[in-house]
Design a protein around this ligand. Structure first.
Ligand code: FES
Ligand code: FES
Length: 149
């Protein structure tokens, strides 16, 4: 089927299987920042924004992206550089597997939580993004700095 959506601010049109996941389509376009882990919506590696809401792209059927705005970690480096800079400053990134999803979710949290969010709220927001190294403290610090700012 023909699929049209906006990807990182640019129009996209391509042929996609009606059963393809959004992760598969994004990676087929060379955007390999979006990772795939559990494929059942548990780990958060595949998190992207669809119409500014975080979704697990492994469970999101690509046809459902028709006409929507999709942002991946690659685009957020341009759209929300403060979040990326905060991850660098606070050393919130450890591996390339979980970090992209963490950055996307942090950008969503920054929009939704707003200034003055408590650390507990930040931690709850990030609950669906797993890091098996348990390096959460620096991620929370990074997000705390941009939410507060
Ligand atoms: S791969 Fe999508 S949530 Fe784990
Ligand atoms: S830093 Fe990525 S899984 Fe732990």
């Amino acid at each position: 089927m023909r699929l049209r959506f906006t990807l990182n601010g640019e129009p996209q049109e391509l042929d996609a299987s009606p059963t393809a996941s959004l992760t598969e389509v994004l990676r087929s376009l060379g955007l390999t920042g979006t990772k795939e882990g559990c494929r059942i919506g548990v780990c958060g590696l595949c998190t992207v924004l669809v119409d500014d809401l975080p979704v697990s792209s492994c469970l999101f059927l690509a046809p459902c992206a028709e006409g929507r705005q999709v942002w991946t970690v690659e685009g957020l480096a341009r759209r929300d550089p403060a979040v990326v800079a905060a991850f660098v400053e606070h050393e919130g990134m450890q591996c390339g597997i979980c970090t992209p999803g963490q950055v996307v979710m942090a950008s969503a949290a920054r929009s939704e939580l707003g200034a003055g969010a408590a650390e507990a709220e930040i931690r709850e927001y990030l609950i669906g993004n797993l890091c098996r190294c348990t390096g959460y403290q620096s991620i929370v610090m990074a997000l705390g700095s941009v939410v507060a700012g």
